[in-house]
Design a protein around this ligand. Structure first.
Ligand code: ZN
Length: 194
C-alpha cells in the first residue's frame, strides 16, 4: 500500500471544498474507508485536477511512459493532466465502448502497439473495467507499466500490476476484517452503492 505523505495543500483543498464526507463507509469492493470522496466533483476544478495529475505523473516520472490510457471519460480528463506533466509528454488514449466491449479506435493503435502504457481511471472501485481494458491493450502488444488513480477502493494489484492511488495515503481502503473503524469507531459502516 502506498504510504507517501500527501501534500498538505491537497488535503486542505479537499476539506475546504467539501469534497469528502467523514464517517465510515463500505464499498462494493468489500473494503471500508473513513472518507467518502465526492467522485463527481474531484476533477471539476482544473487547478485542483492539475495538482492531482502532477502528483500522479511524479509517481511515474522514471517509468518511461509512452501513453496514458483510460477506460472511461472520467479517467480521460485526469489522463490528460498526467500525460502533460510527464517528461517527455506522453500521448493519451481512451477506450471506445462498442456493443458492450471496450475497444480502441483504429487511429489510436499506433499509441498502443509496442508502447509502454500507464493505465488511469479517476476512481477504481473493483478494477473489473480496468482489468478488461488492460487485457485489450496487452492483446494489442502494449506493455502495461502500472495503474494509477485518485483513489483505489480495490486491491493493491490489478492483474499483477501495482495500483497507485494518490489519495489512499490519507484515506486508506481497509481490507475486510482489517478496518479499525469497525473495531473502535462510533458508527456502523454505511453501505455505498459503488
Ligand atoms: Zn469498517
Amino acid at each position: 500500500m502506498n504510504t507517501t505523505p500527501i501534500d498538505p495543500t491537497i488535503l486542505k483543498s479537499i476539506k475546504a471544498d467539501g469534497l469528502l464526507r467523514d464517517g465510515h463507509f463500505a464499498f462494493r469492493s468489500g473494503r471500508h474507508a473513513q472518507w467518502l470522496l465526492d467522485r463527481d466533483r474531484l476533477l471539476a476544478d482544473p487547478e485542483f485536477a492539475s495538482h492531482l495529475g502532477y502528483l500522479l505523473a511524479k509517481h511515474h516520472f522514471v517509468d518511461k511512459i509512452d501513453t496514458v490510457a483510460s477506460p472511461s471519460i472520467w479517467g480521460a480528463g485526469l489522463a490528460q493532466w498526467i500525460a502533460y506533466f510527464l517528461e517527455p509528454k506522453a500521448k493519451v488514449i481512451s477506450a471506445t465502448p462498442l456493443d458492450g466491449e471496450i475497444t480502441v479506435a483504429p487511429g489510436l493503435e499506433s499509441h498502443v502497439a509496442g508502447r509502454r502504457v500507464l493505465l488511469v481511471d479517476n476512481i477504481i472501485i473493483t478494477g473489473i473495467t480496468l482489468g478488461r481494458f488492460s487485457e485489450r491493450l496487452t492483446a494489442m502488444d502494449a506493455t502495461i507499466v502500472g495503474v494509477c488513480t485518485l483513489w483505489n477502493s480495490g486491491d493493491d494489484e490489478l492483474h499483477g500490476y501495482p495500483v497507485h492511488g494518490v489519495l489512499n495515503s490519507m484515506n486508506p481502503a481497509f481490507a475486510p476484517g482489517d478496518c479499525p473503524l469497525c473495531v473502535t469507531g462510533p458508527l456502523p459502516a454505511e453501505v455505498v452503492p459503488y
